[in-house]
Design a protein around this ligand. Sequence first.
Ligand code: SF4
Length: 412
Amino acid sequence: MSLERLLADVSSDVAGILDRALDGAELSVDDAERLLRVEGPDFHALVRSADLARAQDKGDDVSFVVCRNMNFTNVCYVGCSFCGFARHKDDAEAYDHPMEVLLEKARDAVARGATEFCIQGGIHPNKDHTHYREILETLKAAFPKVHIHAFSPEEIDFGHRKSGMELADYLRWLQEAGLGTIPGTAAEILDDEVRGVVSPRKLGRDRWIEIVTTAHSVGLRSSSTVMYGHIESPRHVAEHMGLVRNIQKQTGGFTEFVPLGFIHEKNILFNHLGARAGSTLYEDIVLVAVGRLFLRPWITNVQVSWVKMGPKMAQFGLLAGANDFGGTLMEESISRESGSEFGENLPPEEIRRLVREVGRIPVERNTVYGTLRRFDDPEKDPPSREPAKETELSGPTRWRLAEERAARRAAR
Ligand code: SF4
């Protein structure tokens, strides 16, 4: 079979959409839905087109941020059905970290090169808006140069309702205390029917939009996210992306788009409410590729989540339209508690290696995508700042090392 014949196998409607996307035309929500359903040769054409678009939009650089996640409490009574992280306050595994613990985590992060603290927590019924401000003031006083990326729209909603202030005033009040940007999480799928199953007591679609657009209007930029692989259809995802793009046209406040695959193992949504068992390989890659083609030129940073996809699938995402590898995280518990097995920390040297393995150039960035350092030459990489780890050796390796030691002793 010739290459020409292989290309002829791509469906004509898909080929037309990809052609238009590569010509710089804006795709419709219907186009996005069609691309989200591709299979076989159409899938390969989509991946290749998104990779070309990535090269046009961002070149070969792959950015990442050295950051630390801090979840200050896992006590939460909102009860989202996809969540494996939340605990009742009397649960043995519940925690509510005092400021000293957050400061200790922050000190460790800065010693390891962090430029960002990413802070989110559960909605603790005994807290109010003053708690969020106290966290900001405490960390900013100790580490004035570190960027604080904190509080999901759900947490903003909770704090705002407790505060009695106007929303814009409340956001400025947090900004004055050190808030730099907010995560565009708690979005899941911005459709109230889907939200009625996955997060029935969380803020609704319109409130999410109100919080994010108001944040952008006061100068607090945010990421944008989508959670897929549960009960949603490709149409829901396409409309969600259309909404994100419309907000971006209005505010310009989104820094990036981050597809987040649903982790299914330890929650009600999969175990009792009939959700799919998380995202498939196809979905993980297709979401990245469609994100690239559909959101350009409004949002040109498309991030892979190594926590959700795993580092190898995240590498594949870099070949399918993504240009950002996310953060080091240092301590990740929200995905882990839902069953993710991909670890809590990916040191900068590991991210650089993974990026180079797919032929790209690692670039350390700040939270709002300013370049901090390019790593063109592996020979000039800085030494690791990670704490020394005890290496667990396999049985045969231990025996071999013991034999070598014995041989050296005998030879003396
Ligand atoms: S996803 Fe967030 S708001 Fe929902 S239950 Fe979990 S911690 Fe609470």
